[in-house]
Design a protein around this ligand. Structure first.
Ligand SMILES: CCCCCCCCCC(=O)SCCNC(=O)CCNC(=O)[C@H](O)C(C)(C)COP(=O)(O)OP(=O)(O)OC[C@H]1O[C@@H](n2cnc3c(N)ncnc32)[C@H](O)[C@@H]1OP(=O)(O)O
Length: 236
């Protein structure tokens, strides 16, 4: 699997085998997770507090000042460049997708912070969207649901090889999905035809399936066929 070079083919992506979020790879990434948590808190406070205008402007000024401090460091844009930087420094590479993804990244403040893990032939996910993800009053935005499905299915592909591009997602929204409570997802591979993986997933709140999804993912022409039933262990 080491000679995969397609744009979305990343042999470093692993599927956790634990429902618990793994610790950050080092203290620097732990600090990024802490900053992402602080930013999520700030966003939630801003969206939900009946705050005076002057207070909001004062906080904005402070945040801009603090952002400038971090911006003054060397900038590295994107997972690929960051991965190359770690390699050039001979440092251990964190599982960057799980830190930086807009769906699951624990170090990405815009991500709802989903955790995905494998049990047998299925992947499971846990996520608690909040008021910042509201679509219909008090419920989850359908586009965020599509994001969650796309991501859990994308990662689920690693059970049977490499990650291909999303070709088609078909989502059925059965009922409104609540926010501010833990949601569960489950996904599996239905069949593989050539470069196409046919996947399916469900989103659950309490005991109700609120949405289900079918996805077709297209492997790169250069991708090797699955080398092992457990590629996440075989090539990392
Ligand atoms: C490092 C990993 C990190 C991953 C992070 C998470 C990623 C999350 C997933 C994504 O968000 S990916 C981004 C969203 N998707 C895209 O931007 C894909 C844009 N579309 C494309 O790049 C191409 O259209 C695509 C790669 C999907 C297909 O192009 P190809 O030139 O490889 O396909 P080709 O035309 O050779 O068709 C191959 C087969 O797939 C079928 N096919 C092609 N496009 C399809 C499509 N869109 N949906 C369903 N089937 C499709 C096509 O009919 C054919 O079937 P048959 O083999 O049976 O003839």
């Amino acid at each position: 699997m080491s000679n995969h070079h397609s744009p979305v083919d990343d042999h470093q992506v692993r599927i956790s085998d634990s429902p618990e979020i793994p610790p950050a790879i080092n203290d620097n990434w732990q600090a990024r997770r802490e900053l992402a948590d602080a930013l999520r808190r700030l966003n939630m406070a801003m969206l939900t507090a009946d705050a005076p205008t002057g207070q909001l402007r004062a906080v904005a000024a402070v945040v801009h000042t603090e952002a400038a401090r971090i911006e003054a460091n060397e900038r590295v844009y994107g997972r690929k460049a960051l991965s190359n930087l770690y390699t050039s420094r001979q440092q251990q590479n964190p599982d960057l997708l799980h830190e930086m993804s807009p769906a699951s990244g624990w170090s990405n403040a815009v991500a709802p912070g989903m955790h995905i893990w494998r049990e047998g032939e299925r992947v499971h996910a846990r996520v608690t969207p909040d008021w910042s993800h509201e679509g219909p009053f008090g419920h989850l935005h359908g586009g965020v649901i599509a994001l969650l499905f796309d991501h859990v299915l994308s990662i689920g592909q690693r059970m049977v090889g490499s990650i291909g591009h999303t070709g088609t997602l078909t989502i059925r929204y059965h009922r409104p999905t609540p926010i501010n409570k833990p949601l569960r997802m489950v996904a599996d591979v239905k069949r593989i035809e050539g470069r196409k993986k046919f996947m399916a997933a469900e989103l659950w709140a309490d005991n109700a399936c609120t949405a289900s999804c079918e996805g077709i993912f297209i492997a790169s022409r250069n991708a090797l066929p699955p080398a092992s039933p457990e590629p996440d262990k075989a090539d990392t």
